[in-house]
Design a protein around this ligand. Structure first.
Ligand code: B12
Length: 363
């Protein structure tokens, strides 16, 4: 079975039982009760079933876990390029496609031998990382990522649930040891302890979560429009592979994101997790990145969103104008303040107007 997976493109493989991941369930319930999981759905919606695959698949006897890598082809975003936003490497293309192909190859092989088999990855039915660690595919990183030799954190994980009683693999004994490079690398301190992520501080979380992005997170978002790689970039086991990811990828024109129609945006972001596939969340992220870019030539396009029907977009447009600054931005905010009826948006406009005065006059 390992040969089938490796031949299909896997870089990690292991088999584990379907015994419940009780320790993970306890951790997830703690993250929920402490609020650290924020508004997360996915596995956090029902930790009981996400950590007990036998509940969803009563016939299951084994998890065949595989890893695929998206480097070096995912490339690297060139350093900050004015007017562009940054996409995390796992989303520069449909990198989950290769994972799905490997899982399909394993399923086909098992079914051909008369077994039941179903592929599971990135959904609410299984905690992919815990399965990978118990199957010996990798070890738990302090950035909460599963790390594997030679690839570090640059892997995606998936499993095939099967009734085939395949030989079991054992977890790796390897750990991060004294290394903790990822913790200080997080721009918002979301890794509050080794192995503990407070999602409410995580940039990747906010860029895929509905609602208004908290003020204290916005500046740290920088030019990111989807995902965040900081705690992966800092991870030593992944450096060798990262140094080979030289193709420039992962940059998107911010004005294009703000002028494109839904249909076009849906096509460009098909492999992003966008709440309810509502493209206003992509526009929201673009407004934050354009605000952080502080380029005066963007005042006109941003000011256009002060009249939008979405209070969320009006709020982020106001904030962006405050960050860009200058007379034109201030005038646009002043005009918006006269007609704005939503109290929260009005408060954002007032804050941004004050920020305008604090910005350097000419850039
Ligand atoms: C919810 C989710 C998120 C959330 C929350 C992430 C989180 N840490 O929980 C958000 C939106 C923030 C997110 C972000 C990202 N995600 Co995500 N996400 C998921 C999802 C859907 C569920 C994860 C889950 O159930 N977490 C449960 C919590 C409790 O687990 P945990 O935080 O990992 O904590 C464990 C460890 O830290 C460990 N632990 C506890 N204490 C200690 C102490 C020490 C010292 C150590 C070492 C470990 C340790 O035990 C905990 C479990 O009990 C999975 C897919 C799936 N169905 O599993 C993908 C998944 C985890 N994500 C993935 C990816 C690629 C990412 C991003 C890199 C994407 C990006 N570039 O933006 C970032 C990375 C951010 C990060 N550092 O986690 C991959 C990770 C692959 C890998 N190599 O680990 C997965 C597995 C998807 C896939 N199928 O490949 N994600």
């Amino acid at each position: 079975m390992r040969d089938v997976a490796m031949a299909a493109g896997a870089v990690g493989y292991g088999v584990t039982s379907v015994a419940p991941f009780d320790d993970v369930r306890v951790t997830m319930e703690q993250r929920k009760s402490s609020g650290m999981s924020g508004l997360l759905g996915f596995t956090f919606r029902d930790p009981e079933s996400a950590t007990n695959v036998g509940e969803t698949f009563p016939w299951a006897r084994r998890l065949v876990v595989v890893a695929t890598t998206y480097l070096p082809e995912a490339g690297s975003p060139a350093d900050t390029v004015p007017g562009t936003g940054r996409i995390a490497r796992f989303a520069t293309d449909l990198h989950y496609r290769q994972l799905a192909e490997v899982l399909d190859a394993v399923v086909l092989d098992l079914v051909a031998r008369g077994f039941l088999a179903e592929a599971v990855h990135d959904d609410a039915r299984l905690v992919d990382r815990a399965a990978a660690v118990r199957a010996g595919v990798g070890w738990w990183g302090k950035n909460t990522m599963v790390l594997t030799p030679g690839y570090g954190p640059w892997i995606l994980l998936g499993s095939v649930v099967t009734d085939a009683e395949l030989p079991l693999d054992s977890p790796m004994s390897r750990t991060c040891g004294t290394c903790a490079a990822c913790l200080p690398a997080c721009p918002t301190g979301a890794l509050v302890e080794p192995g503990v992520l407070d999602a409410r501080l995580c940039i990747a979380y906010w860029l895929q979560t509905p609602g208004v992005i908290p003020l204290e997170i916005r500046t740290a978002v920088g030019d990111r429009v989807y995902g965040c790689d900081e705690c992966l970039d800092a991870c030593p086991p992944g450096q060798m592979l990262l140094s080979r990811a030289t193709v420039e990828r992962g940059r998107v024109d911010l004005v294009a994101l703000l002028t494109a129609a839904d249909r076009e945006l849906e096509g460009d972001t098909e492999h992003w997790y966008v709440p309810k596939r509502d493209m206003d969340y992509v526009r929201r992220n673009a407004l934050i990145a354009i605000g952080n870019g502080a380029d005066r030539s963007h005042v006109g396009i941003v000011a256009g969103w002060l009249g939008n029907g979405s209070s969320m977009l009006r709020s982020h447009a106001a904030w962006a104008l405050g960050e860009i600054g200058g007379d034109q931005a201030r005038d646009a905010l002043d005009a918006a303040a006269r007609i704005e009826t939503d109290d929260d948006v009005a408060a954002e406009i007032t804050y941004a107007f004050a920020r305008c005065g604090q910005r350097p006059e000419v850039r």
